[in-house]
Write a protein that binds this ligand. Structure first.
Ligand code: G3H
Length: 542
């Protein structure tokens, strides 16, 4: 149980922060990466504040200032776009025409450089978004594995395409080619990993990128700028800072963006797609809203269901697109489930991100706490209650998780994606009501089913796979392993991401075709032997 005073007391004195986690000096970023140069920025800047507060000598709490970042405007966005357009050069640039093996070499060099900065980047993830230290480390390491797996997948893809096919008198060679200028926008909850799951496949397939780091999680890109600059040719990656709501539609409106890679809200994605003057020239790769439900059947193993629902709803304080954001429990076991679940919630360690075993950490800003409180109050006003003692208590950015029951249609928590540590629970009597919740949702990412009757599970899986893109049986919802397809229906996503699928999402199949004549064979043979084309060749990447 955490009262407001107890939560308040969890914020430490500066001297209590472990030495290896301390921010020794604020990081004041004054450089922008444009056209292969780290340009000095002399304009407006914004302070970067951590979700973490520390106790001052006078006993007052103050948010830790991590440094500051540039706030650039339309002029700098234009400059970044012009650099990208020049680097792509209508597909004639060094990068889009480079051999796959050379592009892989650049990505490997970049990876080597950022690996040397692991500690600094992990520390920034932890301080900027309040993610626990092990999860921040996991985010970095998972990203490195993702890059390595992407390289392996691309080698295989390219090697498979390193041959000619002859069909009905036509000789063809089919490869995957880049799409053009990609605007990459990542989310604050996985500021590195999710951004890189679009950035790396986009780059490695020969696209050029404009990268706009998320609002929370910008500074962690600062230590990577030199690696981006030196590992890739000029203009292949350019950064954009500043007000996203102004600059991103502005860039889209230029008509020069070929791919929008956004992990964010469906409302924003919708507006951005409409801002493009030639929608047919735009490919969108989108990871959007979700309201994944857990359905707990009467014969579920309750210990397992509680354990998975805790991880599913409260890992990184519920700030995962895949989080379980609604629990539908059969009314015959609702009381037992709620009792055990609430106990488990209140047993979680609340504290600072570097503390061993911590699960609940500060949220990115107080606005988030206000919104969550509003959701809880709205449910209470309509007849629900907070089941766990202390649930919903707030001190600065620490929000004690709240289990809210019974949540019904009409309450914010029933349909809105709360994206935070509030867990709505609703009872159901007839399984049709649980199915109807999923069917009538605007979102269609995943669902978790808890039960042990094979007949019932089989009966539920068949309709559910047509509503969502992943049905998890007796386990929480999640994206990984990253080689599995990550997709969503309705307002939850556009396109599929996985190591394998992302390479396809950021490229298009192009082919060279010729009639099967002696002259064609001679010509193609000469091109292959001369090694002058990176497209018409039969090289094998080891
Ligand atoms: O925020 C959405 C992430 O893709 C979720 O990934 O399920 O591995 O936490 P995760």
């Amino acid at each position: 149980m955490n009262t407001i005073e107890q939560l308040h007391a969890l914020f430490p004195a500066e001297s209590a922060v472990p030495a290896d986690c301390q921010i020794l000096a604020p990081l004041h970023q004054r450089t922008l990466l444009v056209n292969g140069q780290l340009k000095m920025w002399h304009g407006e800047t914004r302070a970067v504040l951590s979700p973490v507060y520390t106790r001052q000598d006078n006993g007052e709490l103050a948010r830790v200032e991590l440094g500051s970042i540039p706030v650039t405007g339309k002029e700098e966005a234009d400059e970044a776009l012009a650099a990208a357009v020049a680097a792509y050069d209508n597909g004639r640039g060094a990068w889009p025409t480079m051999s796959v093996a050379e592009r892989i070499g650049c990505v490997e060099e970049f990876t080597r450089q950022i690996l040397a900065k692991r500690r600094e980047i992990v520390n920034l993830i932890m301080w900027e978004i309040g993610k626990s230290l092990p999860d921040s480390e996991k985010e970095f390491d998972r990203t490195i594995v993702y890059i390595k797996d992407t390289i392996d997948a691309l080698k295989k893809l390219d090697n498979d395409n390193s041959r000619f096919q002859i069909v009905d008198g036509t000789i063809g060679q089919i490869r995957r080619s880049p799409l053009g200028i990609t605007l990459c926008l990542g989310p604050y909850n996985y500021p590195m990993n999710e951004t890189f799951t679009t950035l790396i496949p986009a780059l490695i397939m020969g696209n050029v990128v404009l990268l706009k780091p998320p609002k929370f999680g910008t500074l962690l890109y600062y230590p990577m700028l030199e690696a981006f600059r030196s590992a890739f040719p000029a203009g292949v990656i350019n950064t954009v800072y500043g007000k996203g709501s102004e600059l991103v539609p502005y860039l889209m409106n230029s008509g020069k963006i070929n791919v929008l890679a956004l992990i964010g809200s469906s409302r924003v994605a919708d507006q951005l797609k409409k801002a493009h003057p030639k929608s047919n020239r735009l490919r969108a790769v989108l990871g959007l809203d979700a309201k994944n439900a857990a359905i707990i059947l009467p014969d579920a193993d309750l210990d397992l269901a509680v354990k998975e629902c805790i991880a599913g709803s409260l890992s990184f304080n519920g700030q995962r697109c895949t989080a379980i954001k609604m629990i539908l429990v059969h009314q015959s076991i609702a009381e037992a489930f709620l009792r055990r679940f609430s106990e488990a919630v209140n047993a979680l360690k609340v504290g600072m991100p570097w503390e061993k075993g911590v699960m609940v950490t500060p949220l990115p800003d107080q606005e988030k706490c206000r919104y969550l409180t509003e959701c809880v109050e709205d449910a209470k006003a309509q007849g629900a209650r907070v089941i766990n003692e202390g649930g919903g208590s707030v001190a600065e950015t620490l929000f004690h998780p709240a289990v809210v029951f019974p949540v019904k249609e009409g309450m914010k928590l029933y349909r809105e994606e709360q994206f935070g540590p509030v867990i709505p629970v609703a009872p159901f009597e007839d399984i049709e009501d649980a199915l109807d919740y999923v069917i009538s949702s605007d979102y269609g990412q995943q669902v978790s089913l808890f039960g042990s009757n094979p007949h019932q599970i089989a009966e539920l899986v068949d309709p559910l796979v047509n509503q969502v893109c992943r049905v998890n049986i007796n386990c929480q919802c999640q994206r990984g392993p990253d080689v599995f397809p990550f997709a969503g229906r309705k307002d939850s996503a556009e396109g599929t991401l996985s190591v394998h699928d992302a390479l396809r999402a950021f490229s298009i199949r192009s082919m060279v075709a010729a009639k099967e004549t002696e002259a064609s064979k001679k010509l193609l043979d000469a091109i292959v032997l001369s090694n002058e084309s990176n497209f018409i060749n039969t090289r094998f990447i080891l």
